[in-house]
Design a binder for this molecule. Structure first.
Ligand code: SAM
Ligand code: SF4
Length: 461
């Protein structure tokens, strides 16, 4: 038996792609190891959304070089950096054995065979035509013991946001046929999963035979599934039908991640986001009316080329006005071949120290608002889906509320249960408390050794 180690960077798509890679490797009698120093094969599943993510992958690759030297491990790079750099990566990193793009995961066994038997250095980065693309079907056994899982509903992106490299690294949008999605969800439910998150770069433009709202409603009806989530949505495609689904189906969890990117219409136009701040706010208002108490989160980029102090302050104002539950905020990072990077000089680059200072100001405001939300939970009883042992303290249990707030608590309910937790303390990022009642038992017997969670936090973003 040979051992493999996959280091995953970036978003949910990569987390899911790594699972598909491990399934492909199991057909070759490879088994996973948690220690890269004991591996015979190391794969870096990479992200190129920001330059920092790329730098992290290059420094990790440097560390794994020693494993190659000491035990002859094979080294490969997959994911978005692989797709972006292709054969250039083999030239840049002379000890790298293979490079493969997100569309080529099914070819992994063949790529490894060529490296091992034919001593080739392999590059497989062709995009598969939309009509011919076959979504790999997840093996539910890979997810046994977990409570929540991602399910891919589409790949690629047809939008042209001027800052974003995704259309270059993930190709054209292709939707997965809805019966395939529902079969995969049913397989997962059969091994005990209670929650699924439907994932794609822009799920609102889903076209797999039914609308995305209908897909959510059908997913919620799969026996055993209690919570349905999804990510990510583009505000310009957020339909009334989707908002209506939130009103009518309580199993669609009350959390909406709706990336706004910034609070200035001029910058939104330069970003090619196709909505104004007012239109965004109107959508949110409808959503909040349909599902009172829904948690709203977002993504923000600060320091986009040409962003003035006043325009940045509009983002601060929007943050105060919407009162997001949470934000993922980033400093603008120019990416190869993107519209904004090509025009950055004309639009006026924002100096790095100004970007960083703006990010800190924004995050301070968001921390206060997030803290106000979580403090308001202290003294309340909340519903928590138990996912396993807490990562921070093995004597405690970990789960999430329907709004996706993380809860570490004293209790004994096994993973897959739903419990009532009395909240005693809060920080801006998590709630703490104690289990006061069991609301629902797991659907299958819990595994002998429970998982330590959160597992879905990508290694590095
Ligand atoms: N498809 C999603 C959408 O349209 O909202 C976003 C997916 S992207 C993987 C996640 C987030 O990364 C974006 O919402 C954006 O805030 C951030 N991002 C993308 N490109 C970036 C860049 N060049 N610099 C900084 N942040 C970036
Ligand atoms: Fe990138 Fe825009 Fe597509 Fe999101 S919608 S993946 S930000 S191009």
């Amino acid at each position: 038996m040979k051992r493999y180690f996959i280091h995953t960077f970036g978003c949910q798509m990569n987390v899911n792609d790594s699972l598909r890679m491990s399934e492909a490797l199991s057909t070759m009698s490879y088994v996973p190891t948690p220690e890269p120093e004991n591996a015979d094969l190391i794969i870096l599943n990479t992200c190129s959304i920001r330059e920092k993510a790329e730098d992290k992958m290059l420094s990790a690759l440097g560390r794994y070089r020693a494993v190659k030297a000491s035990r002859g491990a094979i080294l490969g790079v997959g994911g978005c950096v692989a797709q972006q750099e292709k054969d250039k990566l083999l030239k840049k990193v002379p000890y790298l054995d293979f490079v493969f793009g997100p569309d080529n995961i099914a070819k992994l066994p063949e790529v490894i065979r060529r490296v091992q038997e034919e001593r080739e250095r392999v590059v497989e980065t062709a995009f598969v035509d939309s009509e011919e693309y076959v979504f790999p079907r997840a093996d539910a056994e890979t997810s046994r013991g977990k409570v929540t899982e991602f399910v891919t509903v589409m790949k690629g992106c047809d939008n042209v946001c001027s800052f974003c490299v995704v259309p270059h690294t993930r190709g054209r949008e292709v939707s997965r046929a809805f019966p395939e999605v529902l079969l995969e969800v049913a397989d997962l439910a059969r091994v005990g999963l209670r929650e699924v998150t439907l994932i794609g770069q822009n799920v609102n433009s889903y076209q797999g035979g039914i609308s995305f709202a209908q897909l959510l409603l059908r997913t919620a009806e799969v026996p055993g599934i209690e919570r349905v989530r999804f990510t990510t949505s583009h505000p310009h495609d957020l339909s009334d039908e989707l908002i209506e689904a939130f009103r009518t189906q309580p199993k669609i969890a009350p959390h909406f991640h709706l990336p706004v990117q910034c609070g200035s219409d001029r910058i939104l136009k330069m970003m090619r986001r196709d909505y104004t701040v007012v239109q965004y706010l109107e959508r949110l208002e409808k959503l909040r009316a349909a599902r009172p108490g829904i948690a709203i989160t977002t993504d923000i980029i600060v320091g986009f080329p040409g962003e003035t102090e006043e325009e940045f302050e509009m983002t601060l104002q929007l943050t105060e006005q919407v009162r997001y539950d949470n934000q993922f905020s980033f400093v603008y990072s120019p990416r190869p071949k993107t519209g904004a990077a090509l025009r950055e000089k004309d639009w006026g680059p924002v100096p790095h120290e100004v970007k960083v200072a703006r990010l800190e100001r924004l995050q301070k405001v968001q921390r206060r608002i997030s803290g106000e939300y979580t403090q308001a939970q202290v003294g309340l009883d909340v519903e928590v889906m138990v996912e396993g042992r807490s990562r921070y303290d093995a004597t405690k249990r970990f789960g999430r509320t329907p709004e996706n707030r993380t809860v570490n608590f004293d209790g004994d309910a096994p993973a897959g249960s739903f419990v009532k937790v009395h909240i005693e303390r809060a920080t801006p990022n998590q709630l703490q408390g104690k289990q006061v009642a069991v609301l629902m038992e797991p659907t299958v017997a819990p595994p002998p050794v429970e998982l330590t969670v959160p597992l879905h936090v990508p290694a590095e973003a």
